[in-house]
Design a protein around this ligand. Structure first.
Ligand code: AGP
Length: 613
């Protein structure tokens, strides 16, 4: 949800800022802008569309400068156009500000400023912040830092803001309340960004701003203070371990395809050092000290959004079976406002790739208020969710740039499988040999994924033959029902084909009415205890002339006869199968999106990290 980048140093800042914006473009891509200070002048450019449109404009205008800020937008208030793009300027165009988040009391602040005679240019909530800072700066004779602090104390909402002013041309100020900001510390230079991606070309030393903190960079010095109390805060420097290759597309046409293909390695990375194959057990260091409370909990809640919620649904099935503890899976947006049965005897597991999803963060805070133990499953190290939870497990899938989540999902399910296994073993609901069966299958997962990735011709054929349909249905039973939901979400978000996932048996309670010769139905049909049942569901679709696409783990006479398209993937433990079968579903969505000419990595209206409610 909007990407922010700022540079303070002696180098030419424009190329650094533009490269940074390109790295952050997955966070928002409807417009972009830049403001730079050069010899006490503040110049800015803003453009609707992708960063490359802004770049063209910069080249035309030959914009240069040293200290600067840049922004790529995902619109909340005001349509995507040049005026609403960030940076926003004050009336005298001496200050420029970029913002990620939502200012909830912007109309009240706007009213006050209008009465003072301030003329607003945009329809955004952000503009009030810069106008307010400017008004305080001009009226009260305060420094820029003091004016920012005074203004932010009046602001209600979520923000990550960065500001520069030609009146104090050597200063860059960043502040965070609700939206992530990372400060990169280089040799005589500093970077501020929404995440580490724009920073790692220059330095691996970073500080993650916490809620209510501001960074003031002036005269080559960085000071971190509290926004509300003006106290200096001493913070630790963390090291970022991402590599540049990890955040670049390499030879792949899209990040999504790269990330799908990376899964043969990423699931192995998720399990590295955690799986005890011979003991039939797992070990998750980040929750070790909390195990007594996790084991003795009366109930678990899993809270998340989108794809992470689907991973949570798979987690529910596994945890209930292995740990024997009731698990409720709640969308974080519902959890945060609903009266849930949460207390000190509850563990709330929050799942998030980015670790920044606003609803999931709010759900954690609510769970903590109610005395629950909070456990995060996050991909981004140092993210807000990973820091706000009492304990947690990193998924170690590496940076995920494609808006459609792929490798983060399989990593989340892998972590949940290990968690369920650990609890099952401790609670004696799983014997050592049952545990070994699972760990051995998990150990082979990387090779199985490789096999699935090696040959996707049949999936390409399905995509080619069905590229013009308007709807798709995904059906699965048991653990594969949430996989069906995830398959449908992947398809709709990147190909814009309407898709729905259902528990296979539910089909006859409604969706069967939709079946005709134009409706492809994807069945997830492994040869497990649900096989016979799902076979009848396939027959029901077939007899209504639906297009049957069956993903299974071995050929059978029935499937060979019933499936219009049969995709056979390796056979594995039923509890691991959801991870493996997700991959052909990701590939199918990918091929369909490419054939339909869609922007796979940056689908319309979406953003990678949803940091607003
Ligand atoms: C996944 O493909 C989606 N783009 C989206 O549903 C995503 O999973 C959701 O916004 C949650 O994000 P998070 O995992 O970063 O919290």
């Amino acid at each position: 949800m909007c990407g922010i980048v700022g540079y303070w140093g002696k180098k030419e800042s424009v190329p650094i800022l533009i490269k940074g914006l390109k790295r952050l473009e997955y966070r928002g891509y409807d417009s972009a802008g830049i403001a730079v200070i050069k010899r006490n002048n503040l110049n800015y450019l803003k453009k609707t569309g992708k960063v490359r449109e802004l770049e063209k404009e910069i080249n035309r205008e030959k914009l240069t400068g040293q200290i600067g800020i840049a922004h790529t937008r995902w619109a909340t208030h005001g349509i995507p156009n040049d005026i609403n793009a960030h940076p926003h300027m004050d009336v005298s165009e001496s200050m420029a500000l970029i913002h990620n988040g939502i200012i909830e009391n912007y109309s009240t602040l706007r009213e006050v400023l209008l009465k003072e005679g301030v003329k607003f240019k945009s329809d955004t909530d952000t503009e009030v912040v810069v106008q307010l800072i400017s008004s305080i700066y001009k009226k009260n004779g305060l420094s820029l830092e003091e004016s920012v602090r005074a203004a932010l104390q009046q602001v209600i909402g979520a923000y990550g803001v960065v500001l520069v002013s030609k009146d104090e041309p050597d200063t860059l100020i960043a502040a965070r309340f609700g939206s992530p900001l990372v400060v990169g510390i280089g040799e005589g230079e500093y970077f501020v960004a929404s995440d580490a991606a724009p920073i790692i070309d220059y330095t691996r030393n970073v500080m993650y701003l916490d809620e209510g903190e501001m960074a003031i960079i002036t005269n080559g010095e960085l000071t971190i203070k509290n926004i509300f109390e003006n106290k200096i805060i001493s913070k630790e420097i963390s090291k970022v371990d991402w590599s540049v290759e990890q955040i670049e597309k390499g030879n792949y046409p899209h990040y999504m395809l790269k990330e799908i293909n990376e899964q043969e390695r990423t699931v192995v990375d998720t399990m590295r050092g955690r799986l005890r194959v011979e003991d039939g057990d797992a070990h998750l260091g980040g929750i070790r000290d909390f195990m007594p409370r996790i084991e003795s909990a009366r109930r678990y809640y899993i809270t998340a959004c989108g794809t992470s919620w689907h991973a949570g649904m798979i987690g529910k099935y596994l945890l209930e079976e292995y740990a024997g503890i009731p698990v409720h899976v709640e969308y974080a947006s519902e959890f945060r406002y609903r009266e849930t049965i949460v207390g000190p005897d509850t563990v709330v597991i929050a799942i998030s790739q980015s670790g920044e999803t606003a609803d999931t963060l709010a759900a954690i805070r609510k769970a903590k208020e109610k005395g629950a133990l909070t456990l995060g499953i996050c991909n981004v190290v140092g993210s807000s969710i990973s820091r706000d939870t009492d304990c947690g497990v990193y998924t170690h899938a590496g940076p995920e740039i494609g808006v459609a989540s792929t490798k983060a999902f399989t990593a989340q399910v892998t972590v949940l499988s290990m968690l369920a296994l650990m609890l099952g073993r401790r609670k004696d609901r799983l014997s050592k040999s049952q545990g070994q069966e699972i760990t051995r299958s998990m150990n082979k997962l990387g090779d199985y994924i490789k096999e699935v990735l090696t040959d996707d011709k049949q999936l390409q054929k399905v995509a080619k033959d069905t590229q013009n349909v308007n709807h798709y249905l995904y059906l699965g039973r048991g653990l594969n029902f949430p996989v069906a939901l995830e398959g449908a979400l992947k398809l709709k978000e990147i190909s814009y084909i309407h898709a729905e996932g259902y528990p296979a048996a539910e089909m006859k309670h409604g969706p069967i009415a939709l079946i005709d010769e134009n409706m492809p139905v994807v069945f997830i049909a492994p040869h497990d205890k649900t096989y016979e049942k799902i076979l009848s569901n396939i027959e029901q679709v077939k007899s209504r002339k639906g297009i049957t696409i069956v993903i299974t783990d071995k050929h059978s006479k029935d499937l060979d006869a019933l499936a219009d398209y049969l995709i056979v993937i390796p056979s594995t433990h039923a509890h691991i199968f959801p991870i493996l079968v997700s991959i052909p579903l990701q590939l199918l969505a990918y091929h369909l999106a490419v054939l339909r000419g869609c922007n796979v990595d940056q689908p319309r209206n979406l953003a990678k990290s949803v940091t607003v409610e």
